[in-house]
Design a protein around this ligand. Sequence first.
Ligand code: SAH
Length: 378
Amino acid sequence: MSVSTSPEQRPPNSQQAESFPLLGQSLADLTLWVQQQGQPAYRGKQLYQWIYQQGARSLSQISVFPKQWRAELADFPIGRSTLHYRSAAPDGTVKFLLRLADQQIIETVGIPTFKTLSQKVGSSPFTDPGSAPTAPLDRLTVCVSSQVGCPMACDFCATGKGGFKRNLAVHEIVDQVLTVQEDFGQRVSNIVFMGMGEPLLNLENTVAAVRSINQDVGIGQRLITISTVGIPGRIRRLAEHQLQATLAVSLHASNQALREQLIPSARQYPLSALLDECREYVQITGRRVTFEYILLAGLNDCSEHALELAGHLRGFQSHVNLIPYNPIQEVDYQRPDEQRIQTFVRILKQQQIAVSVRRSRGLAADAACGQLRASQSA
Ligand code: SAH
């Protein structure tokens, strides 16, 4: 597994102040912290291993620490959430509702892909239409949240309907990965920032969480995807962090008028400006961009939309990921039938655009894209 950012490149954690949770902090930060507590430096390594590998939830569990120190620090926060609700779909996808220290609830989804089927259908964690949960596990993808709720209010998305509460802290993002890993008893292989929230509105914590997930949890940056609806100037700012992660941009429309209809924030961010910023991202990072495109029957899934989309992306180092709409309660968009989806795919391919279809996972548990609303039922 490639760990693509060296520890030297990781900025010191500005959260390091005594009262911050320890999860999300690097080995160097934790070593400094134990020394501040009057302990020898080697206890930093022990702490690091217990937090990231042993899943310690309280310092009192760390049996290699001196008894008295453990007792003194028993209430010091490591920063783990508690499980509020868990629901598994027949395809093996598991949705977790996690309770944070301030009682807010967020959603995280664990998406297993199984060897036999995934080998047939390709390399995306989302292309497996109906895997058998008993087959050997090929990948375990975690769909993480970056905010409690979401302020973007995209019309097709359940999270937006519930409003916005706050950004997640670094430890609250890293915790989601450890929680899924522990629940499945398997190492997580891929991360997608496609849960609740808009990661680029919480950019610094998202970047710090990516670095911690990479260096401390051990997941290669190239296996991490950050999905954004696009916030002016923020894609450029993300590029300047020079992560090796993949950027996915939620385009969802082939022209400005249609995009504004679906995504209120698009009014402040013309499609042409968004695409220009994506081009800059490719220039700065040398990495291609994925464009996500929800297919809504009769609305944005016609041949002319496919042609219009192809027109924007010709010659652009990119990839289109089509997402057939997952139903939510409040709106009555429809998912197109398979034939329409395949026609859209065929047109893009004819136009030399790289394209894949994301198959819904976890629909039965309301755990598919856009269905997360931090409540136990839809
Ligand atoms: N705010 C980020 C990430 C969150 S959602 C973003 O907008 O990209 C992750 C993906 O799920 C986005 O592409 C989002 O548009 C998509 N999505 C939202 N609602 C959906 C729905 N009902 N059906 C299918 N995909 C949906």
